[in-house]
Design a protein. Sequence first.
Length: 254
Amino acid sequence: MEEKIKKYLADLEKDKGIEILLACETGSRAWGFPSPDSDYDVRIIYKHPKDWYLSLVEEKDSIEYFFENNDIDISGWDLRKSLRLLWKSNPPLLERIQSPIIYQVDQDFLNEINVVAQKTYSRIATIHHYLSMAKKSFEEINNVEAYKLKKFFYALRASITCLWVLEKEEIPPIEFEKTLEGLTLPQSLKVRISELITLKSTISESYLHHGENELIAFMQNCIQRADSESQGLPSAKGSMFELNEFFRKQLRNL
């Protein structure tokens, strides 16, 4: 599948006249708890030739394609859009520049954007994203007899990431295991989470699970704490000048 993805990326560059700066996996495969039938969620950051940016009319700055009967989803944002999102500390962007599964990359670009991301990181903007995600997913698993394990992990990861943002100043990791390792959690919860990750790796996404009262109560506590403490978090202190300089540097490389 990796070779197919790389071919689709090469075709995309040729057909659209773009240069891919980063193509990586996101979603459950990058988070570290895929199912055997999980889709491939490929996300890209790309740039156009310099003249594309010198237009009075801004063209479409995102792309999305599906391949292999929708098993491969390739979508992404233009460089300028990506940096505007970085200024807002957009969590999906912060995740993709940390992805452990990379299909194509300009390594200098990736190294530099990660440095800039640290300077523009906003804890309050980040926790609002994960808190919203946690609440929405939690509603789908709470007080129901059975639920998809996939939804359970969405709620669990978002809830624990909220805890990370409350307790640490660093950008939350995309890899769930690193988040767990970086937090002080009851050992019994960590053991059970590990068991459920192993289970998820063996069953389809349609599998229905039940129980896990201790973890569900833990998620609820994380959400309640994030609700009460999030407004006290600091916002970003990054420089738009530095983002502009980084943008211009990427265009000078064309």
